[in-house]
Design a binder for this molecule. Structure first.
Ligand code: FES
Length: 109
């Protein structure tokens, strides 16, 4: 089974099983990783924002225009930002590394 690694906000690396066909958001939820995903993958929020490791970014399918529009609203956008619900795990992505954005709407304090 493919695996992927989440880099959490406190710097913890979490390597987890990442079944093909599940989105990065679904994988995060399965393992209790703190990505909100308020709209559950229907491209109506940007709370599933993740930052893709630079080496992995070019290997992902290009974002749709709808994803890019939503990403523009994400807080702390970086060059390799994507929406976690739009990245579907496959064998080709075995070893994928994504970082959780440092700031969220709730972390201002
Ligand atoms: S969960 Fe809302 S856009 Fe991904």
């Amino acid at each position: 089974m493919p695996k992927m690694t989440f880099l959490e906000r406190n710097g913890t690396r979490r390597e987890v099983d990442a079944p093909s066909g599940l989105s990065v958001l679904e994988i995060a939820h399965k393992h209790g990783i703190d990505i909100e995903g308020a709209c559950e993958g229907s491209l109506a929020c940007s709370t599933c924002h993740v930052i893709i490791d630079a080496a992995w970014f070019p290997k992902l399918a290009a974002p749709t225009e709808d994803e890019e529009d939503m990403l523009d609203l994400a807080f702390g956008l970086e060059k390799t930002s994507r929406l976690g619900c739009q990245i579907v795990m496959s064998d080709a992505l075995d070893g994928l590394i994504v970082k959780l954005p440092a700031a969220t709407r709730n972390a201002a304090g």
